[in-house]
Design a protein around this ligand. Structure first.
Ligand SMILES: O=C(O)CCC(=O)C(=O)O
Length: 385
């Protein structure tokens, strides 16, 4: 049989149109979006928590105000401007030494434009089971584009402050309990006509066969949207799939006539400043960005303490160490410092009390010295399960 040549970006975009429209209709029928409402005690409204537990996602509208959005965008623009020209380069597009070389873990992940770097491979525990359509980029597209930027708490002060956002931390507390712990962070960069896809997958890998498995055992991720995210470039989820155990994604695609456009999925469309939450067990993906719109999503997650203690690292975090109390404490200090960095920048704002560090606030004041001691290379201690 003759090999089928990939669609052009334009063909990919027009081939998606009907599916996108249908997805928007399905999303509208579910709802699960609105303001991030806390009660008079600063706790997340129970009806929102229930809706998240039921469907595995929620879209919080209008969480990040314009001033903070501008700070975040400016920092991301700087990081893109100073990025190396490719995976093996040490200079940026202007020939300057590229940003990121001071850190132990690479700041940038590159891919070929419009490609799917993980689908159908054994990478990241083989959890992206089926490769997505990889449209051909325009002839003048660069060879490599930034796909991910890691370490937002060390690369951008606005990112550290975001990590200490009181309402977002109240959500983490409501979902994972007052002793919740960090996971990791990554900023997904989907430039128009260039951004790659993230094949259908579930995030968690550690606890699928655990006797005490439950739908919340692998935690959840936030995505903070710096620009509007559209059906064509946003995250898609299969509602309720977080409750059904490990999904056979190959079978789901095969039963859908081999098409990656899964029939029950919905797009998490957003305005700039909206924040989504997604259970890490929900089946989710994003398609190659053949659209004219940029999506930048600052993505960071939190876990239940009990899900992490005693486990070993996975998902690029493999080493011999076990996540013991000391490791979890050291990584959790980033939350304490982030809360203080935020308070110093937004002194009028309510400060979140992170229970594991309550009473120790003075030991984690934000300063250049604290950056060197706690923040720099904090992501070597991410807690991936
Ligand atoms: O934002 C995306 O495109 C993919 C996000 C994702 O797969 C994840 O956070 O696990």
């Amino acid at each position: 049989m003759a090999a089928v040549s990939p669609p052009s970006a334009q063909e990919h975009a027009s081939g998606l149109e009907k599916y996108l429209e249908e997805g928007v209709e399905r999303a509208r029928a579910i709802g699960n979006r609105g303001p991030l409402e806390l009660d008079s005690n600063g706790k997340l409204q129970q009806k929102i928590l229930d809706a998240f537990l039921e469907h595995g996602f929620y879209v919080f509208e209008g969480v990040i105000d314009t001033g903070e959005l501008e700070e975040l965008r400016a920092d991301i623009e700087r990081l893109l401007d100073e990025a190396p020209t490719g995976k093996d380069s040490k200079v940026d597009a202007k020939g300057r030494p590229a940003f990121g070389q001071a850190f132990a873990r690479p700041t940038y992940t590159f891919i070929k434009p419009l490609s799917d770097p993980w689908g159908g491979t054994k990478l990241l525990s083989g959890r992206h089971q089926v490769q997505m359509t990889q449209p051909s980029p325009a002839e003048d597209a660069p060879d490599e584009v930034v796909h991910l930027i890691g370490g937002m708490c060390q690369t951008m002060e606005s990112g550290l402050r975001l990590y200490g956002h009181p309402s977002l931390l109240a959500v983490a507390e409501a979902i994972n309990g007052p002793d919740f712990v960090p996971f990791n962070d990554a900023t997904f960069v989907k430039l128009p006509g260039l951004g790659g896809s993230v094949a259908w997958h579930q995030d968690g890998v550690t606890h699928w066969d655990a006797p005490d498995w439950d739908p919340g055992i692998h935690g959840f991720n936030f995505q903070v949207q710096l620009y509007p995210s559209t059906p064509a470039n946003c995250l898609w989820v299969v509602p309720g799939s977080h409750k059904q155990g490990r999904a056979d994604i190959k079978a789901l695609v095969a039963e859908n006539d081999g098409s990656e456009y899964l029939p029950d999925a919905v797009p998490l469309t957003c305005n700039a400043g909206d924040v989504t939450i997604a259970n890490r067990q929900i089946v989710h993906c994003s398609f190659a960005n053949s659209s004219p719109d940029t999506r930048i999503s600052l993505t960071f997650g939190f876990h239940r303490r009990t899900s992490v203690i005693g486990q070993r690292g996975v998902l690029g975090q493999e080493d011999d160490s076990v996540y013991d109390e000391q490791r979890v404490f050291e990584r959790s200090r980033v939350i304490a410092v982030a809360i203080d960095a935020r308070q110093q920048h937004f002194p009028g704002e309510r400060r979140f009390v992170y229970q594991p560090f309550a009473g120790h606030e003075d030991e984690y004041r934000w300063s250049p010295e604290m950056y060197e001691r706690v923040i720099k290379n904090y992501n070597l201690q991410d807690l991936s399960i």
